[in-house]
Ligand binder design. Structure first.
Ligand code: NAD
Length: 355
C-alpha cells in the first residue's frame, strides 16, 4: 500500500425512495426554522413539493437557478433570502440548482439541504463554479459543501433518457480521474470503482426502461459515490479539457464530458496503467478507453464533439489552452498527442489504439 492521507468530508446522507418527506426533519436537525427553496424554472413544481414537506419551515421559493451559476442570479436570490429571513437553503434539482444553493451558502454561511435530481454529483463536493462577465471561475471551500444530502430515487424517475445517460457518464468521469489522482486514498478508490460499477450496470437499463426503479436507485447511488470522489481528490487532463471546451465554445457540460472521456483514458493508459485497469474491471471491459467508448455508443450519446457544436478550428485553440495551464495529470500534457486526442473526439472516432 502506498502512503496516503484520508480526510473524509462531513456530510449527512439520506438515501432511499420517498425520502423528500424528511425535508422538515433534516432542516430542523440542522437547527434551522426558515428554509429558502431553490430550483430551476423547469422544475418549479418541486418547489410546491418542498413547501408541502417543509410545512412551517418553508420561507419562500426562488425558481430561477440557471446553468453555470451566474453571479447576477445568485445576487437576486440573496436579496430574496434576506427578504424572507431565510436561515437555510434547500436545493431541489440538478447541478445548476445545487450551484445556486452553494453560491448562497458561500455568501451567507447558511446550511444547505440538497435534494439532487440528476447524476451530476455536485451535492457531494466543496466545489463551486460561478460565472461573472462570461468568465467561469471555480473554487473549493468547505463553506459550500452541503451539510445534508437527501437522495430520493422517486425524484429522478422523470430525468429524461438522454439526460440520464450523459449525466451518468459525467459522474463516471469523476471516478475515472479520481482513480489516478495523486491524493487517492483506499476508501475513495473503493467508492470510485463501485460508483463506476453501479452506473455501468444501471445506465443501459435506464436507457431501455427509464421507469426501472432498481436501475434508477443504482444510478443515484453511483452518482453519490462518484460525486464523493470528485469532492475528495483533484481532477486531471479530462476535466481541464472539458472546462476549456465548455468555456471556449459553450458546449453542453455533460455531453462534453461523455465524449472526451474515452479519449483521455486512452491518453493516460500508459501513464496510469493500474488505475485504468481498475476502471476496465469496473466497466467489465478489457480496456478502459474502449469500454467507455462502447458505453457511450450503447447509450446513444453523440460520439463527436462536432455533433454538439464544436468548431473545427477550436482544436488548436483548445490544445494551446490546455498545454498553457494544465491541471496535474499522471503523464505529461503535450501538444501533439493532445491534438490527436481532440481530433479523434472531434470526429467521433474510436480512441487511439482502437481504431
Ligand atoms: P442541470 O442542473 O443544468 O439540469 C439540466 C436540466 O434538467 C434543467 O432544466 C433541470 O431543471 C432539468 N432536470 C434536472 N433534474 C430533472 C429531473 N429529475 N427530471 C426532469 N428534468 C430535470 O444539469 P446537471 O448536469 O445536473 O448540472 C450541470 C451543472 O452542474 C454544470 O453547471 C456543472 O458545472 C455543474 N456541476 C458542478 C459540480 C461541482 O462539484 N461543483 C459537479 C458536477 C456538475
Amino acid at each position: 500500500m502506498r502512503p496516503f492521507r484520508y480526510s473524509p468530508l462531513p456530510a449527512n446522507v439520506v438515501f432511499g425512495f420517498g425520502t423528500v418527506a424528511a425535508l422538515r426533519e433534516e432542516v430542523e436537525r440542522l437547527g434551522c426554522k426558515r428554509a429558502l427553496v431553490v430550483t430551476t424554472a423547469e422544475q418549479s413544481a418541486l418547489g410546491d413539493l418542498a413547501k408541502t414537506h417543509l410545512g412551517p419551515a418553508f420561507a419562500g421559493l426562488f425558481a430561477q437557478a440557471t446553468m453555470h451559476t451566474p453571479v447576477e442570479v445568485s445576487e437576486r436570490a440573496l436579496g430574496y433570502a434576506r427578504e424572507v429571513k431565510a436561515d437555510c437553503v434547500v436545493g431541489l434539482g440538478g447541478g445548476s440548482t445545487t450551484g445556486l444553493a452553494k453560491a448562497l451558502a458561500l455568501r451567507t454561511d447558511m446550511p444547505q439541504v440538497v435534494v439532487p435530481t440528476t447524476y451530476a454529483g455536485s451535492e457531494a463536493t466543496p466545489i463551486l463554479g460561478e460565472t461573472a462577465g462570461g468568465q467561469k471561475t471555480t473554487q473549493r471551500s468547505m463553506k459550500v459543501l452541503p451539510e445534508t444530502i437527501i437522495y430520493d430515487v422517486d425524484l429522478t424517475m422523470s430525468l429524461p433518457k438522454r439526460l440520464s445517460a450523459v449525466s451518468g457518464m459525467n459522474a463516471i468521469a469523476h471516478a475515472v480521474e479520481g482513480l489516478y489522482a495523486k491524493e487517492l486514498d483506499p476508501v475513495i478508490a473503493l467508492l470510485a470503482q463501485d460508483g463506476i460499477r453501479a452506473l455501468v450496470k444501471a445506465l443501459p437499463v435506464i436507457n431501455d426502461r427509464p421507469d426501472d426503479r432498481e436501475a434508477r436507485s443504482d444510478a443515484l447511488y453511483g452518482a453519490w459515490a462518484c460525486g464523493a470522489v470528485l469532492g475528495a481528490v483533484g481532477m486531471a487532463l479530462h476535466h481541464k479539457l472539458c472546462h476549456v471546451l465548455g468555456g471556449s465554445f459553450n458546449l453542453p457540460h455533460a455531453e462534453t464530458h461523455a465524449i472526451v472521456l474515452p479519449h483521455v483514458a486512452a491518453y493516460n493508459r500508459r501513464y496510469a496503467p493500474d488505475a485504468l485497469a481498475r476502471v476496465a474491471a469496473a466497466l467489465g471491459a478489457a480496456d478502459a478507453a474502449a469500454g467507455l467508448y462502447d458505453l457511450n455508443r450503447r447509450l446513444g450519446i453523440p460520439l463527436a464533439l462536432k455533433e454538439i457544436g464544436m468548431p473545427e478550428d477550436g482544436i488548436d485553440k483548445a490544445v494551446a489552452a490546455a498545454v498553457a495551464s494544465p491541471y496535474w495529470n499522471p503523464g505529461p500534457v503535450e501538444a501533439e498527442p493532445l491534438r490527436r486526442l481532440l481530433r479523434n473526439a472531434y470526429e467521433g472516432q474510436a480512441p487511439e489504439g482502437f481504431a
